[in-house]
Design a protein around this ligand. Sequence first.
Ligand code: SF4
Length: 308
Amino acid sequence: MSDYKYVFGPVPSRRMGMSIGISPIPEKYCNYSCIYCQLGRTNHLTNKREEYFNINDIIEEFEKYLNEDIKFDVVTIVGEGEPTLYLKLGELIKELKKKTTKPVAVITNGALLYDENVRDGLKNADIVLPSLDAANEENFKKINRPYGKIKYSEVVEGLRKFSKNYKGELWIETMIIKDINDKEKDFIEFKSILNTMEYDRLYINTPVRPPAEDYVKEPSKEVIEKAVKILGGISINSLLSEGFYSRVKDDYEAIKTIIKRHPMNQYEITSFLESRECDNIENIFNILEKDSDISVIEYKTYKTYRLK
Ligand code: SF4
């Protein structure tokens, strides 16, 4: 497995190109437990901000990674949970920016934007990608299953305030789920909220990877088109994905390193192995199927592989 603890990738991002990930929080620490989460249900539902890992250790590891001279387009603080729970996020962004000229992005659920300290820390990032899935409190609870008393109105107000003062690129992302928030009235209600914010892009996402809950389904193509029309966004599904990359030499271990953070489907694994000129692809799939560390999930007529 990789000898890196906080740095991973580069992973192909449909929005940003090849992205080096920085994960400053332990696995599945989040203040939401979204029904569509590709990591499964949240194990540690918390809203407590902490310096989960020493900031110097993260920066040291990033420097080591940079010395390997791997090509990338962006550094993304993403975590296998919610990165704004990292208490020193603002300092981390500043330190990363001292080490690279590439943009530093943060992917967040945006829940903590009601906290002025979080808004202040995030202002140093070049791109912030907050999500907002619901147009009302009821759907917020249904979709995001937030920690304790986090209120929808506070989350929206936090995002609104941030959007008015932030000088970088603000790309909001929304997840459309069949029969939950995919009706025309949902889009109209959501648009009226977006109209009170200032942002650069809106990405419309659907649950393309196996979700935490079986009842989560993708809406039809027509529904996504309607969402794009009403909300004025870009459908993530329409963006091409680039190939995966790993610096780990062994093909099997390389896959395990990637799926620890980013589940891969059978087609992605095949094209990844082909790009490495692997000549025993079938055998690798056989081992993956039997590996007790790996969940094999049948979703949307194909298999997806995720580390347990
Ligand atoms: S906010 Fe992100 S990490 Fe947290 S539960 Fe939702 S999808 Fe998963």
